[in-house]
Ligand binder design. Structure first.
Ligand code: AMP
Ligand code: MG
Length: 347
């Protein structure tokens, strides 16, 4: 009898160690890529598979980062930027990310423009050595911002002299979609995960155990330590762009990292942040940046005109007014402490 109990105990321990428990267990991992701490939370049926998936995902992210990072000298993007008008052969992954980014530049009519990079550098956001360029310098920089000058033929990238690209506004979204696909491949329909790539991209795969959605806070740009709203996500991504995320101050003026391609200066559309909720993380990342540039009125018109992009949005103005699109009726609520704030629903 004692022997049998011992065997059962041993089996239970081995089972727990090998992750063969039937009920789903929680596992959390953190890795660092794209200048961000990236957190994965898995609810999995098989702990071993999750460990393997994490390894594949972390290595994949690192590869993607070394292809797309504008500041890594040997990345495909940096090589294209240095090529002085000559064609550069890129990896399949780079070509795919670039073609998806260019599609978003086009659909947003250049509110998102990956050729804003020389202007981003001029403001010192790349190296965190901030400065305010002169009006003449900004005029010259703005004249060079034009995504339609980027040539992508197969895997060959050609940039005219003086044009440089940066996928910073969309890379985390692109990575988020790839990561979500990896989770779905591990154990289709059974595992669920929350992939947190920093504020610009959060992806929910499935729901939490018990079928409950993930609840994600939306940062109050006026008090970034607080959340003003909560969004419930299930098989859905979310991304936020805001002036509070990266900025500097000079002579009492705040200058942030999201630039208006028309002026090469920080976009002052009256918005403090934009959150986009959509099935695609790339859409969330790219459109949150673009809608921030467009502003409330133009952004709302864009939402009405583009149902095919399947996105919803939350706008917070610099005056603290909150707007949300109608499609968020079931998964948006005000956070604790903000319950008495008015929310205008955009139809
Ligand atoms: P995000 O944080 O996703 O909104 O992206 C902002 C980053 O993209 C900035 O730090 C810049 O590197 C770059 N960027 C700034 N303005 C634009 C723009 N209008 N279109 C594309 N990229 C931009
Ligand atoms: Mg973005």
């Amino acid at each position: 009898m004692k022997k049998r109990m011992l065997c059962a105990l041993l089996a239970a321990v081995l089972c727990a160690l090998s992750g063969c428990k039937k009920q789903r267990s929680l596992r959390e991992f953190t890795t660092f890529a794209m200048d961000t701490a990236i957190n994965f939370t898995f609810y999995c049926e098989d702990g071993n598979r999750t460990g393997q998936a994490y390894t594949v995902m972390a290595y994949g992210l690192s590869d993607l980062d070394s292809l797309l990072s504008v500041t890594r000298e040997d990345s495909d993007i940096a090589r294209a930027n240095r090529a002085g008008g000559q064609p550069v052969e890129a990896a399949d992954w780079t070509a795919l990310a670039l073609s998806q980014a260019l599609e978003l530049c086009e659909v947003t009519d250049g509110a998102l423009d990956i050729t804003a990079y020389p202007a981003v550098k001029a403001w010192g956001f790349t190296q965190e050595e901030h400065r305010v360029p002169s009006p003449a310098e900004l005029e010259a920089l703005a004249a060079k911002i034009d995504y339609s000058a980027v040539k992508l033929e197969g895997n060959t990238i050609t940039l005219p002299e003086g044009v440089e690209i940066d996928l910073g506004a969309v890379a985390k979204g692109f990575a988020g979609d790839w990561l979500a696909q990896q989770v779905r491949n591990i154990y289709p329909g059974k595992d669920s995960a929350l992939l947190d790539l920093g504020q610009s991209t959060i992806v929910a795969v499935g729901s939490k155990p018990g079928g409950k959605p993930w609840r994600i806070g939306v940062v109050d740009p006026a008090r970034p330590e607080n959340y003003f709203a909560v969004v419930e996500l299930e098989d859905m991504a979310m991304g936020t762009s805001g002036g509070y995320q990266r900025y500097f101050e000079e002579d009492g003026v705040t200058y942030w990292h999201i630039l208006d391609p028309d002026t090469a200066a920080p976009a002052r559309s009256g918005l403090a942040s934009v959150t986009v909720v959509a099935p695609s993380a790339l859409t969330c990342d790219g459109l949150s940046t673009a809608l921030f540039v467009m502003g409330l009125e133009e952004g709302t018109a864009f939402w009405r005109d583009h149902p095919e992009l399947e996105f919803e949005a939350i706008f917070m103005t610099e005056d603290g007014e909150i707007y949300r699109t109608a499609g968020l009726a079931d998964n948006f609520s005000l956070a604790e402490g903000y319950e008495d704030r008015e929310v205008t629903v955009l139809e």
